[in-house]
Design a protein around this ligand. Structure first.
Ligand SMILES: [Zn+2]
Length: 84
């Protein structure tokens, strides 16, 4: 099964991780949140993630299922957009 849309990923309660290729910084997102913001037909691999540390847009996007290895330091980022 390939998750080529956010809708599919959200349905399976996937998490999405964006890893900066430059500094290795990682951010995690809940696919459902992203689907709400970007639309469920959006390809998760084309999302415009940007590293806040080095300002690079060169991120590797991966999807992973829940439950995952939830470490105490796991931060799940929620997309922030003006309108709800
Ligand atoms: Zn970076």
């Amino acid at each position: 099964m390939t998750f080529d849309t956010l809708g599919k990923a959200a349905l399976h309660q996937m998490l999405l991780t964006a890893t900066c290729r430059r500094c290795g910084r990682q951010a995690k997102f809940v696919a459902e949140d992203l689907a709400r913001v970007y639309g469920s037909s959006r390809n998760p691999h084309t999302l415009p993630f940007k590293c806040t540390t080095c300002d690079a847009k060169d991120c590797e996007v991966r999807l992973m299922g829940l439950p995952f290895d939830r470490k105490p330091d796991t931060i799940i980022w929620r997309p922030t957009k003006g309108r709800r």
